[in-house]
Structures are given as C-alpha cells and as structure tokens.
Design a protein around this ligand. Sequence first.
Ligand SMILES: [Zn+2]
Ligand SMILES: [Zn+2]
Length: 364
Amino acid sequence: MRAAVLHAVGRPLVLEDIEIDDPRPGEVGVRLTAAGVCHSDLHRASGDWGDPGTVVLGHEAAGIVESVGDGVQGPSVGQKVVLSWLYPCLECRACRANRQWLCRATRALQHLQPDGSTRLHRSDGTDVLAYLTVGAFGERAVVPAHSAIPVDDAAPDDVCCLVGCCVSTGVGAVLNTADVQPGSSVAIIGLGGVGLSVVMGARLAGADPIIAIDKSEAKLELAESLGATDVVLAGNERATRRSILNATDGGADYVFEAIGLPATIELALSSLAYGGAAVLVGLTPFDTRISFDGFRLVDRSQRVLGSLYGSCNAATDFPRFVDLYLAGELPIDRLIEGHITLDEVNDALHALQRGVGKRRIITY
Ligand SMILES: [Zn+2]
Ligand SMILES: [Zn+2]
C-alpha cells in the first residue's frame, strides 16, 4: 500500500510502498477512507516528542473493515469504523473501572500491537511502525479489534475521522473531563480543530457565555458560527486576560487551553473565577514547566485538570458523537477546510504549523 513515512524528525514525510500483514488473532484489517492531519502528527514529525524511528504517521482515521483475525467478536467485515489511537488493554485497573483513556498497559504509545510487534514492513523485511498503531497516512491499517469502533453508516467519512481525535478530545474535555453545567462561563484559548470542538461542546452543554480566543479573525468567525457568544482577538497577555475577565464578571468558571504553550496555560490559570477550573487539553513538548501562583490557587479554590483524549471511552463516546452530528447538534463538518490526496500531506502539515485554515482531510 502507499503510505507517508517519517524517516527522521524534522524531515518531510516520504511516500512509499509499504507491506502490511493480515490481521492476527484479535485484530482487524481496515481500508481507510479518510484521515485528518492533526497537531500530534506535527509534534511527532518535528521531534518535540523524541524520535520514534521509521513510522507511518497519522492517527485520526475512519475506514471500512475488510478482514478480521481469529476470535474477533466484532466489528465485522464491511462495517464503517472510527479508529481509536489509544487501544485499551481491557484488563488493567483503569480499563476495569471503565476509564479506558487512562490505560497504560496499552502499547499504542510505543506504536506497537499488544504482542509488541508491528504489521508494517518494507519489501526488504525491515519493520515500520504505525503511529499510535493507526498509521492513518497509509491506505490500510491493522489494529486491535476493540480500537475499531463501529459508527452509523449514514455519517460521512470525513466527519467520522475527526471523531477519532480532535472532536473527542475537545467535546470530551467539556462533557467528560470538566462536566460543564448549563449556565457556566467558558473561555477557550486556541481555535484549532480541538479548540473549535471545545466551542461545540460548550454550546451543547449550555454554557453561557462562551468566549473564544485566537489570533486569527477567520477562526473567531468560525467559532461564532459554532456557538461562541463572545470572541477575543488575542493580543498581549494582559489585554487578553482583561477581555476574559470583562466578559465573565471577573473570571471564567472554565478556561480550556487548546494550544499547549506555557504562556497560554498561565493565561488560562490567571483568568479563572473563584472555584474555577483550567482544563489543559493542548499537549506541550516533553518536560515543559508551567508556573502559577500557589497561594492564589488555594485561596480561590481553583483546579487544574489535565484532559487526554477528552476522557473518552471510544466504544461509547465515538458513536455518541457521530449520532450527535447526525442529529444536527455537533456541526463537525464545519471544521473541514477541504479534501486532499495523500501526496499533499506535507503541505497540510506546513499549513497546520502556520495555523492557516481548518482541518484538511486526506481521502483514499
Ligand atoms: Zn490528534
Ligand atoms: Zn488497560
């Protein structure tokens, strides 16, 4: 199959022919239909998160099951699925407590199947990793069966693939991690695919006001169309903080940070109401330190919440978000800039790095 391969951090992806094994017991083979280009691909490609070795990047994907290994109870051949980039082991303490996003027995973060191997190889037999075991920048994937989540056939492929990462990360942060209640004030810093998904989630939760903050006028306009009640063109930190405080009567109940920069994380912490929570959704480079006023945090009974993958259990949350789209309550399609081919993936990564435009979707 054709795939976009990262050979060395900081270098463009290279399109190559890669061999893919049949699924082993407990695994399924998926023909991908759509893949998003996400910031986590960029972090990996640029070396922010170390050097994984030779890897097919991409982790936000939808497809159709075309083969199943022995012992697979579901999904079945022909089903439309969204892939989770954090397959759960289903046996550890977190998984047994139905908190699959906390599973650390998974080997997904090492880009390996549960048995420690990879299904991708070059023609000379050398192994190639699939990023987070998904490897969405390839035409096919072999994944553990319980990370291929069936969703309603009626939903378009491009919408479905976004549920695999940015929508679940953003909407889940609002509904699961923070459990935002109607009438709460919410501010969102950074309006990439995840930040815009936070806006949609805040609207769904009945938050008011919803203050969207970004450096791009176009993204502010889009946020308004998705339910933001106020928009703030990000300037210097003091001015931005003042705008948040003014719009929320002195501080927001929730500030979501969807970039992963120390300055904006500190802005989130310093823009909270008494009793407010900063919800950190954006991933930073490894070993990033954040500082805040310890006395103030305690004195104001404030909280800092980290939120990975929107605290989602893919098996239940993915179909739920797809159904909300079909019911007209999560306008996921508006996050999409347009469709591209796999050959254009490097251009899409550059555009993402520059913060230009919305989500670009590779269609296969
Ligand atoms: Zn992602
Ligand atoms: Zn587990």
